[in-house]
Design a protein around this ligand. Structure first.
Ligand code: PGA
Length: 255
């Protein structure tokens, strides 16, 4: 049984004061969930403050990016070890906004995955197709190529520390969520590829999150799908009540 992970990607939002207020709201309502994991990924400047606030709580801390070198003359960049020291357990890698706005490739994401795992941090690897690619019938090929390249040279043991997030670009920040059945189809396809690349056992154990306009109103239907193991939430993670509702999604059983 894969334990669902609900992760909040705050992107470039929240000053330290605003982050503190949001986390206090989350701590007031999160409870002690046993059957799911909760992660928040604030901007770098708020990592320390949030890290202190959530100490001893069920909320984990993640970063949104890193640079794949230990240290050195890389102005403006942050290393895996710095993130570890700031209290992070996870790093988001390969987000479509990094690919789109900053031209980051699968090869660069692969270097980041290796640096993250090398430092003892866990990876949330984002993949997803554009609207044009979906309309052209290329979605599965694009996504499976991304997974293959971003996980190049890794071994089965590494996969215990990797979570995949399928985030169709056309669904991010657009209020256009993928239909749960369509998301499920892609998740099943990613899982089958993970089986080929590593092993059936590894593929069965790995979590595949869905991301792209996840909201309180659609989380329950998404979580019904057998291969959807949680969510990477942007906009709806910026407000305590909506993120709490997503964290506390209800298990609906079909049939
Ligand atoms: P969204 O963002 O929930 O605002 O669509 C998701 C993401 O980019 O991770």
């Amino acid at each position: 049984m894969r334990k669902p992970l609900i992760a909040g990607n705050w992107k470039m939002n929240k000053t330290v004061a605003q982050a503190t207020e949001l986390v206090e709201g989350l701590l007031a309502g999160v409870g002690q969930p046993q059957d799911r994991e909760v992660l928040v990924c604030p901007p770098f400047t708020a990592l320390h403050a949030v890290g202190w606030l959530i100490k001893g709580s069920p909320i984990m801390l993640g970063a949104q990016n890193l640079y794949p070198r230990d240290s050195g003359a890389y102005t403006g960049e942050v290393s895996a070890r710095m993130l570890l020291e700031a209290g992070c357990s996870h790093v988001i890698i390969g987000h479509s906004e990094r690919r789109g706005y900053f031209g980051e490739s699968d090869e660069f994401a692969n270097q980041k995955v290796k640096a993250t795992l090398g430092a003892g941090l866990k990876v949330i690897l984002c993949v997803g197709e554009s609207r044009q690619q979906r309309e052209a019938g290329q979605a599965e090929r694009i996504v499976t190529d991304q997974v293959r390249r971003c996980l190049a040279d890794l071994i089965a043991e590494d996969m215990a520390e990797v979570v995949i997030a399928y985030e169709p670009i056309w669904a991010i920040g657009t209020a256009l969520t993928a239909r749960p059945e369509d998301a499920e189809e892609m998740h099943a396809c990613i899982r089958s590829l993970l089986g080929e690349l590593f092993s059936e056992q590894v593929a069965e154990a790995m979590r595949i999150l869905y991301g792209g306009s996840v909201k309180p109103g659609n989380i329950d239907d998404l979580m019904v799908q057998p291969d959807i193991d949680g969510a990477l939430v942007g906009g709806a993670s910026l407000e305590a009540q909506s993120f709490l509702r997503i964290i506390h999604f209800e298990w609906i059983t079909i049939g």
